[in-house]
Design a protein around this ligand. Structure first.
Ligand SMILES: [Zn+2]
Length: 249
C-alpha cells in the first residue's frame, strides 16, 4: 500500500496571504520505518543535545525560530529544514513521491480552496497509483492520512463525502475508502508533508525558492509532465507546474 501523508500551509482567513497549500508525501508501506529513521538522523545531527524522536518538525516554527526553536541558531535551523527535505532524494527516494497543490484563494471563490486542493491531490495521487499499477502489474491501494488539527471541520466533511460519493473526484477506485486523521506530533511523515507545504509556501507566497528548488525533482512526474505539482493561478508563471502544463497541456 502507498500512503499519502498530507498537511497544509497558509491561513485560509488571512486576506494578507494569497495562497493556501496542500502538500503530501506518498510513501510505500515498507519504507515508512526507514524514512522516519532518516529524519531522526537529520535531527540528531543538527541537534546533538536533544532526544531526536521527541523533536517535532514544523516548517513555520523552525524558520521563524519560535517556541522550542528560539534557542537554536538561524543557520542550524535552515540546514535542518534543507536536510530534512533532502530525505526525499535520499536512500528511500524510490519509495517516496512529493505532491503539492498551490491554490490562489481568490480564483476558486466561492468554492472552498481547501476543497479545491483536496480534489486535486486525490486525483493526482490516483494518477500516481494507476501508473504504478501499469508499470508493475501489482495492484496497490492508496490511503490518505491527514493532520487532525488542520482545517479539521472542512476536511472531515470532505472525508465523509469522499466515502459516500467518491465519484465526485473522478474514478478513485485505487484509494481506500476513508481518509485517516492522526496527531501530527506522533507522525514524522505528516511532519515531512508539513515541511513540503512550508517550502511551497515560501516559494509561492514569499518568492523564496531556496527550500523547494533542491527537491523539485521529487514531485511526481512522468515524461516531463509534473503531475504531482498543481498551481492554480491566472498570472504568467514559470514554476515547474505551470511550465509543464504549458508544454504538455
Ligand atoms: Zn506556476
Amino acid at each position: 500500500m502507498h500512503i499519502l501523508y498530507v498537511d497544509m500551509s497558509g491561513n485560509i482567513g488571512n486576506p494578507g496571504e494569497r495562497h493556501i497549500i496542500m502538500a503530501g508525501v506518498a510513501v510505500y508501506e515498507t519504507a515508512i520505518f526507514h524514512v522516519i529513521e532518516e529524519l531522526n538522523r537529520v535531527v540528531a545531527r543538527n541537534l546533538p543535545d536533544h532526544d531526536a524522536p521527541e523533536v517535532e518538525l514544523h516548517g513555520n516554527a523552525i524558520h521563524a525560530g519560535r517556541r522550542f526553536w528560539r534557542s537554536i541558531p538561524r543557520d542550524r535551523r535552515k540546514s535542518l529544514l534543507q536536510q530534512s527535505l533532502a530525505v526525499l532524494k535520499g536512500p528511500s527516494r524510490r519509495s517516496l513521491r512529493a505532491f503539492g497543490m498551490v491554490v490562489d484563494k481568490a480564483l476558486v471563490s466561492p468554492e472552498d480552496p481547501v476543497e479545491h486542493a483536496f480534489e486535486h491531490i486525490c486525483s493526482r495521487f490516483n494518477i500516481f497509483l494507476k501508473r504504478r499499477y501499469q508499470a508493475t502489474g501489482e495492484k496497490q491501494r492508496g490511503l490518505l492520512v491527514f493532520d487532525e488539527d488542520k482545517y479539521e471541520s472542512t476536511l472531515q466533511t470532505l472525508a465523509r463525502d469522499f466515502r459516500t460519493d467518491g465519484t465526485r473526484w473522478g474514478n478513485l477506485r485505487n484509494l481506500a475508502e476513508v481518509p485517516l486523521f492522526v496527531d501530527s506530533r506522533a507522525t514524522r511523515l505528516i511532519q515531512l508533508a508539513d515541511l513540503i507545504a512550508y517550502a511551497l509556501f515560501r516559494r509561492y507566497e514569499r518568492n523564496d525558492l531556496s527550500l523547494i528548488t533542491p527537491v523539485i525533482e521529487c514531485f511526481d512526474q512522468q515524461g516531463g509532465v509534473v503531475h504531482g505539482l498543481y498551481h492554480k493561478t491566472d498570472a504568467p508563471c514559470d514554476c515547474a507546474a505551470c511550465a509543464s502544463r504549458k508544454y504538455f497541456g
